[in-house]
Design a protein around this ligand. Structure first.
Ligand code: ATP
Length: 239
């Protein structure tokens, strides 16, 4: 039986044609949180954008619940396998404007299942008024929580989180982690402590001669259990 979310042999080249990463494989069951780690510049954000089909990749295929991107089309895929950037780009209007705009594009099957971003925000120490203020008047931490709240309310199947708590204080970080770890996520973090708190699996990208290598571990009860595979250059990695 195939996993809930599977990415197989994802390979991405840099603009100059050299390989950034090769044959990265990810396999998630519902509720898995895979933390993605590795040094700056190794390709973590780029990998998330490939999984979300926001940028093209040289080879590899992703499947959600047994369906390929081509079975549902790129816009629906992006609403189901949703990339949440570290810093929301300069949106015009308010967080609620963004939610109302994005929810118009939700698939019919999702429309009845949308949440309320304000409910998520309140869990994380924001108030309703933050969702009515322009993005430009929010602090970095308020902006980050409001953007995550909008993403969660859109009810994606898989969240691709790019350092989702990088602008938050320790207390807010723990509140946000408590909510996010209930979802199926690929989660970039530079914090080993955070990875230990939230992950069921980890994937570490490292620098290899022929592009980034990837080490995948399954975490059981908070401890790395099993080194599943090591990918140096051209061998596939599977979790
Ligand atoms: N659209 C793209 N196509 C091809 N290569 C890209 C693209 N965007 C970025 N890159 C390459 O990917 C490299 C890694 O960038 P990326 O942001 O993925 O790293 P990162 O591991 O997330 O780093 P950090 O931890 O600092 O955020 C960049 O130096 C650039 O060469």
């Amino acid at each position: 039986m195939s996993a809930f979310f599977e990415a197989t042999n994802i390979t991405k080249a840099r603009p100059d044609g050299s390989i950034l990463f090769r044959n990265v494989c990810i396999s998630l069951e519902r509720g898995d949180v895979l933390t993605l780690r590795g040094p700056s510049g190794v390709g973590k954000t780029t990998l998330l954008k490939c999984l979300a089909e926001l940028i093209p990749h040289e080879s590899g295929i992703s499947m959600l619940d047994g369906k390929k991107v081509s079975d549902m089309g790129v816009p629906v895929w992006r609403s189901k396998v949703m990339y949440v950037p570290q810093r929301p780009s300069a949106h015009a209007g308010t967080p609620l404007d963004l939610f109302n705009h994005a929810s118009k594009y939700a698939s019919q099957s999702k429309k009845g299942k949308l949440g309320d971003p304000i409910d998520f925000g309140i869990e994380w120490g924001l108030s309703e008024s933050h969702f009515h203020e322009n993005w430009s008047s929010l602090s970095g931490g308020e902006m980050q929580r409001a953007a995550l709240a909008v993403a969660l309310a859109l009810n994606p199947d898989v969240l691709l989180l790019d350092e989702p708590t990088s602008a938050l204080d320790p207390e807010s970080t723990l509140l946000v982690e408590k909510t996010l770890k209930l979802y199926t996520c690929v989660w970039i973090t530079h914090s080993p402590e955070q990875s230990e708190r939230v992950s069921t699996k980890t994937l570490t990208l490292g620098r290899g001669r022929k592009g980034s290598s990837a080490v995948v571990e399954t975490v059981v009860n908070g401890h790395p259990d099993e080194e599943v595979a090591l990918n140096m250059g051209s061998n596939p990695v599977s979790a």
